[in-house]
Design a protein around this ligand. Structure first.
Ligand code: UDP
Length: 222
């Protein structure tokens, strides 16, 4: 394909499940990361099955993302990548609080900034946090790392003839109810003209390719 960009700054969204993999990947300094927590705790499903109120469950979910962030930080620093973790609510013995201008400064100094605790609010997701932080720090794209190659026309786990879609519009995502990211996240991207690249994290080299703007996965835009 011809699709190729030179992103100056990117927001990489890594779900909890993707983090659980053991793939060595190169991560460039112009990168901020929003980390999920679904491998440990998902608020909505717990609230549904246990009767726990949704807000409490979501705060536990946000704390789960902090665990993943500390884990990711330690792992990245063990391979020589300088990082800072910033949390959406204060945990000042553990990490810096989120301060937008400070996050940008870290990026300018070549550090990878890991944003933890989502948006800090229940009823949101880390995908929405990714869209929000991307807009705030003036990153050019949300790179959504998943365990599938991108967005398909039908479920690839159920249909062997499912076709990988190269590009999609925001409207196609919302009107066809494609489960790419939740509505709040995708409409926030749409309103701020933030392209989203959905790609497979488990393929070696894919993070570098996505960061470099090489053709990978599915590109969502207007
Ligand atoms: N969460 C939240 N507000 C946010 C981000 C996350 O309440 O802004 C909670 C929510 O309960 C969610 C959990 O944290 O289920 C883990 O995040 P998410 O499901 O987005 O993680 P991922 O699917 O990316 O691993």
């Amino acid at each position: 394909g011809k699709r190729s960009y030179r992103w100056r700054r990117v927001l990489l969204k890594v779900s909890g499940e993707a983090l659980a993999g053991d793939h060595a990947q190169n991560i460039d300094p112009k990168v901020a990361i929003v980390v999920g927590g679904g491998n440990i705790f998902r608020g909505a499903s717990w609230a549904g099955s246990s009767g726990l109120d949704r807000s409490s469950a979501d705060y536990i979910g946000m704390l789960a993302t902090v665990m993943n962030a500390i884990f990711l930080q330690a792992t990245m620093e063990s391979i020589g990548i300088p990082t800072r973790v910033q949390t959406a609510f204060r945990m000042s013995e553990v990490a810096e609080p989120y301060i937008r201008r400070r996050a940008v400064r870290h990026l300018e100094k070549g550090r990878v900034v890991i944003f933890a605790a989502g948006t800090g609010n229940p009823f949101f997701t880390t995908d929405t946090a990714a869209a929000l932080r991307c807009a705030e720090i003036n990153a050019e794209v949300v790179l959504k790392a998943t365990n599938v190659d991108g967005v398909f026309d039908t479920d690839p786990r159920r249909n062997s003839d499912a076709r990988l879609l190269d590009t999609l519009t925001y409207h196609e995502v919302t009107s066809k109810d494609l489960s790419v990211m939740d509505m709040t996240a995708i409409t926030l991207c749409q309103e701020n003209n933030i392209p989203v690249v959905v790609f497979n994290l488990s393929k070696p080299g894919n993070i570098s390719r996505a960061i470099k703007g090489e053709r990978v996965g599915t590109l969502i835009g207007s």
